[in-house]
Every structure is written in C-alpha cells, then in structure tokens.
Design a protein around this ligand. Structure first.
Ligand code: GUN
Ligand code: ZN
Length: 436
C-alpha cells in the first residue's frame, strides 16, 4: 500500500546555481507550501492553495509554523572518527594530525567502539539538520562496517570509505597497496548500493600513499565506476611543500591525483585553498569537486578559500560546503555558512544567504554527483527534509521581528543559528529527529 503524507510550512529549494545565474531566479520559495511525500519520495511541492484539493483523502498533513522547510543539509567532507577530538588545541595541519588525529583513529580497529562513535556522530548530524554526509572512516575495515551498519538502520544516504594509507603515519595505521586494494574491494562489494549507502575510495592525501597505493586506488576506481573518490588537496602551505618533495616529477598537487586517474565526476577533494589557475582550470575540465571547509580552515589556520577563483564564470568548479569535523568545529552547516561568509569577506567577496544555503543543499548535491537524488525539494527526489525553526532562540526571535525579506531571514539563521534551529528532520519521508 502506498504510504502518503504531507508537510505544510514555508519552504525553499534551489533550482539552479546562484553563482552562475541570477540569484533571484534560482530558487523556489513558497510562504505557505504543501510538500506531498509518497513512499519516501517527494510527490509534489507547491503552494498549499494550489495543491490542497489534489491530495488523497487519506493523506495526513503535518503543519509547522514559524518554520522553513528546506532540503536536509549535505556535508561533503567530514571524518566521523574524529568526533572525539573536536577542539584539540594547537598548531597547524601536520602537527594536529600527528598529535591528535592519528592517535584517535587507532581505536577504530575495535568494531564496538566504532559503532558507538558512529551512532553518536550520526545523531549529531541529524540534530544539526544534516541528512547526508560524505565521511572518511579509518584504515580499519571494521570502522567502515560499523558506520554503514548504523547509517543503514537510520535509512540515511551516506558516502563513506576505508582510508588508504601506506606511509608517513604510525605503523598501526598503515595498510599496504595490496591490502588496501583488497579490503576496499571487499567493502565495495559488501556495501556500495545497499539501500542508500555508497562507497568512496579514500586515499587520505598524497603524502600518506606511495606511488603503488595511488596506482591501486586508480585501478580500483576504474573497476568500480559508480563509486566515489575522496581525498585532501592544497589545504596547508607546509603540506603543499611536502607534496612537492615527495612527487617532484608532477606539475603541482592536483597533478599528482590526476596522474593516477583520481579526478572526475564523483571525486571530491577537501579544502583546495592554495590552488593555481592551472589547477582550477583542470578541476573544472575534469568535473572534479571541492569541499569547502570553513570552520576547519580557520581552526587550523590553513587559509582563506577563494570563491572568486572557484566560481569564475569562465570555468566554474563544483563546490559543496563541509564541516571537516574534527578539524572543523561545528556539526551545524548553519555555522559552516556563518564562517564561510566571514572567510569570503576577508577575501573580497560578500557571500549572500542564497549562495550559502545553495552550497549546503543543491550545490553540495551537485558536488557529490547526487543532483537527481538529494539536495532539492522537487517531484521524484528523496524526501530528506529539514524543518528549520526560524525563531529558535530569544535573540533570533527578536532579530526576526526586524526582518524584511526571505534572503534576510536566511542570513539571520546562518549568522545566529545552530543545532537549536533544527525543529525536525525527515529521512526518506519519515521523521528521524524532532526537537525536544
Ligand atoms: N589532511 C590529511 N588528513 C587530514 C585530516 O584528517 N583532516 C584535515 N583537515 N586534513 C587532512
Ligand atoms: Zn578532512
């Protein structure tokens, strides 16, 4: 029997990229919308008055006031095994990796521990309004099994993969080119395409993989073309100098990944802060995406993301917003937007709320190659929805009284909001989180 129900509230969804078209015409906003959901998919989205007589009599309608329904947030780069080291003090990327990250990741050999953290992590995602993540696991296959088990139970659309790392890390975190290949292949077979789960081949970053391992990663991806690819790119100046030392024969950092066949649709690289024009051009040409990680870039002092270069109209690059927990400091994509705005300001760009919300919804879906599944409210899309409480704190409630437009109301939410802004989250049409 068909399972049909509907949500009534103000609602907003993007239809195009505001970086490339008139921002005014790239979203669909209804002050009083009806979103009809059938068997986990969106059946229709329009004004309540245009639709109310079309819904079947058995269709229950849940009404939300002082709310805005938007697509669930998508976090395009995050490390679930770093949940327990958020806010670890001190220094920049490489020191932070050695002092905190690698030590924390060792624990994920233990399946029960990995499952406990996965459960907490995904609950934090939902509480923050995030319905899809692309996450790193650790080098241990157990960390992948645990994460996917929990995500499967929650019916979430997630992308995850076993980290590949065969040098320049503690010995208890290393695999080999062969074992990394074999384990990843087995995990792809076990998980990729199961319900809403998807696999990402995950060489951590160029410095922790040998030539043999990067070759194996490229082979693996070409053998499983539906899977994803994730890694890190040009986050930190010291890191870039190190890559130059390790791969002197390559033109630049991006060219290392290019050489091993690791660029293309569904390849997502975290950061991309210090890129040359050649690299931006190549990202565009190869349809490779960048995950912009503002709170992380500030926390580790990595640098200021360059929106002008990334979204140049001649050769735009796909960009999705990301938290990069545990270097990032908040699960809330509202807080990622807040910090992204400030980074853009320091780099000569005033990022509007329309641009920012796009980066965390449809833009992120485009960056992941999932435009046909999540990130928009439209017929046929999976019903992963976030009900934002537009008056979640005393201050926001007060500030909203002086708000004059939809764009301004979004800007207030992204500046002052956080996980308290999440009134409810629907996953595949079912309520998966409710405040209080
Ligand atoms: N580069 C390689 N590994 C990592 C990581 O875990 N976090 C961040 N921020 N950058 C990295
Ligand atoms: Zn990262």
């Amino acid at each position: 029997m068909n399972n049909i129900h509907a949500l009534r509230s103000a609602a907003l969804s993007f239809t195009a990229d505001p970086f490339l078209t008139d921002p005014e015409s790239c979203y669909h906003y209804e002050s009083d919308a009806l979103i009809v959901i059938e068997n986990g998919l969106i059946k229709s989205f329009g004004s309540y008055y245009s639709q109310k007589d079309k819904v079947p009599p058995n269709c229950q309608i849940k009404t939300y006031t002082d709310s805005l329904i938007i697509p669930g947030f998508i976090d395009t780069h995050i490390h679930y095994p770093q949940t327990q080291i958020i806010g670890a003090f001190g220094k920049q990327l490489i020191d932070w990796l050695n002092n905190y990250t690698f030590k924390a990741e060792v624990e994920f050999k233990n399946y029960d521990y990995a499952k406990m953290v996965s459960e907490f992590f995904l609950q934090q995602c939902l509480k923050s309004g995030t319905s899809t993540v692309m996450t790193y696991c650790t080098v241990h296959p157990e960390s992948v099994d645990a994460f996917f088990e929990v995500a499967l139970k929650k019916k979430m659309r997630v992308i995850a993969g076993k980290v590949l790392m065969d040098r320049n890390a503690p010995s208890n975190l290393l695999d080999t080119a062969q074992s990394g290949y074999d384990q990843s292949k087995a995990l792809i077979k076990k998980w990729h395409g199961k319900e809403r789960l998807m696999y990402a081949i995950t060489p951590r970053f160029a410095p922790t993989s040998t030539h043999e391992q990067l070759t194996a990663a490229g082979t693996l991806w070409s053998e499983h073309p539906g899977t994803f690819m994730q890694s890190h790119l040009s986050e930190n100046l010291g890191e870039i100098a190190w890559v130059k030392e390790l791969f002197p024969e390559r033109k630049d950092y991006l060219d290392v990944y290019d050489h091993y066949g690791l660029l293309g649709n569904r390849a997502v690289y975290g950061h991309g802060i210090h890129l040359s024009e050649r690299e931006w051009h190549r990202l565009h040409e190869s349809k490779t995406s960048i995950a912009h990680c503002p709170t992380s870039n500030e926390f580790l002092g990595s640098g200021l993301f360059d929106f002008k270069a990334a979204k140049s109209i001649e050769r735009p690059v796909r960009v999705g917003l990301a938290s990069d927990i545990g270097a990032g400091t908040s699960f809330s994509q509202l807080q990622s937007m807040n910090e992204s705005y400030k980074i853009a300001q320091l780099n000569g760009v005033a990022l509007s709320s329309i641009h920012a919300f796009y980066l965390a919804t449809r833009g992120a879906a485009e960056a992941l190659g999932l435009l046909d599944k999540v990130g928009s409210i439209a017929p046929g899309m999976e019903a992963d929805l976030l009900v934002l409480d537009m008056k979640s704190t005393e201050l926001i409630d007060f500030r909203m009284k002086y708000c004059k437009s939809v764009e301004e109301s979004l800007f207030i939410q992204m500046t002052l909001g956080d996980d308290r802004s999440t009134k409810a989250v629907y996953i595949s049409g079912e309520c998966a989180y409710q405040k209080g």
